[in-house]
Design a protein around this ligand. Structure first.
Ligand code: ZN
Length: 392
């Protein structure tokens, strides 16, 4: 029978797992305490869209109730029902619009302001369809800003990190390939229009350029990725006590699957940052693949600089073994329910609720860390342990 002890690695790897490091990510949220947000809380989808309007009842002449209502209407009211006959937008119609825009796009970059705004709006609609229990199309759309100027983009990233100052030449160079940045607390996504990744002329730097690539297609996955960064922030004292036992960090929170805090030197510290990015990228690719039949992405991770694709494939292996669907993953991630994710990982390996919660969370953390750091020994042990747990 499997026990919690079987998979706990030695102290060395546990230390590796729990270390907090400076973040180096393309989305760097603000550490500043910002209790109130101007952002409206999650709303149900546009219910009005699906409600029958009076016009529709009247138009459907076979509906007896409609005819009855019509009798009581004044003639001028009958004349005003016509504009309500427009078809509601479906996922298919939005995808068709986006594809058409992509196919017709002749730009060499994203300087076409009208097209990029319109395309972003359509993508917000597509994303909202897949996340109808979360934010509305309007809320996703309102979060996005395009920044044409690299210095201003970098300046804003420095400011959101709580350190005001003029970008150094090195910082500018570092951010030239950063396509976007999301501040989840402000609910603000900034697209770096000046990024190399959006410019045809700089594409020689990018590997594996698919045929038919253009800047708008690049923007597709960038938007789908950044929309996934807008999550409900959460807090978990048990996880915090494991990750930061001496309670050194300030402003600790869980954002998606990553743990954020500010260390003693005032720098961002994050745990599971790459895992978090891999989940986001996986969810973005899923939508792009299912709706558009393709995706383009050349992100790498911050720990090992490996292609994020290889990290995603390890993640997928573990998801499959643990029986976690992408839908479930998306739900847990949006709610920043890292605890449940870690507990499912433990439970599937036979570390059931009789084991103290701290131990189960610690166990899950070790597996999550092994996915992130590509620790094949721990991952293989985990898979074996899940198989044994199923058989017993
Ligand atoms: Zn990201």
């Amino acid at each position: 029978m499997a026990t919690a002890e079987m998979l706990f690695p030695d102290d060395q790897s546990r230390g590796d797992l729990l270390f907090a490091r400076r973040r180096r990510s393309h989305s760097r949220p603000s550490p500043k305490p910002r209790p109130e947000s101007s952002f409206t809380p999650p709303q149900p989808p546009d219910r009005g869209r699906f409600r029958f309007t009076r016009g529709q009842i009247i138009a459907g002449g076979t509906v007896i109730a409609g005819s009855v209502i019509a009798v009581f209407l004044q003639p001028w009211q009958l004349l005003t029902v016509q504009p309500e006959q427009t078809e509601p937008e479906t996922l298919e119609s939005l995808v068709a619009q986006a594809k058409k825009m992509e196919d017709e796009y002749k730009g060499q970059d994203l300087s076409d302001k009208v097209t990029r705004e319109k395309y972003m709006d359509v993508l917000a609609g597509i994303f909202a369809f897949h996340n109808h229990d979360f934010l509305s199309r309007q809320q996703f759309k309102q979060a996005v800003n395009f920044e044409d100027n690299l210095i201003r983009f970098v300046q804003q990233r420095i400011d959101s990190g709580g350190k005001l100052g003029t970008p150094t030449p090195q910082q500018l160079e570092n951010e030239r390939e950063t396509t976007a940045s999301t501040d989840n607390r402000k609910k603000k996504i900034t697209i770096n229009v000046s990024a190399d990744g959006f410019k045809q002329v700089n594409l020689s730097r990018v590997k594996n350029i698919p045929t038919g690539w253009n800047p708008l297609k690049e923007l597709r996955l960038v938007l789908l990725h950044e929309f996934n960064h807008l999550v409900i922030e959460s807090s978990d004292p048990v996880i915090f006590s494991i990750i930061d036992p001496n309670d050194i960090q300030r402003d600790k929170r869980i954002e998606g699957f990553r743990l954020m805090g500010i260390d003693q030197r005032g720098n961002f510290a994050a745990v599971f940052d790459d895992l978090h990015e891999a989940v986001i990228e996986l969810l973005a690719r899923n939508i792009s693949q299912s709706d558009f039949g393709s995706y383009f992405s050349n992100r790498d991770t911050s720990i090992t600089r490996e292609e994020i694709t290889t990290l995603i494939s390890r993640l997928e292996t573990v998801l499959q073994v643990a029986g976690i669907t992408h839908q479930e993953l998306s739900k847990l991630h949006k709610a920043s329910n890292l605890r449940e994710f870690l507990l499912i990982l433990a439970n599937n390996a036979g570390i059931t609720p009789e084991t103290p919660i701290e131990n189960r969370i610690r166990f899950g953390s070790i597996i999550a860390g092994a996915i992130e750091r590509n620790d094949q020994r721990i991952l293989q042990n985990y898979i074996n342990q899940v198989i044994r747990a199923r058989q017993s």
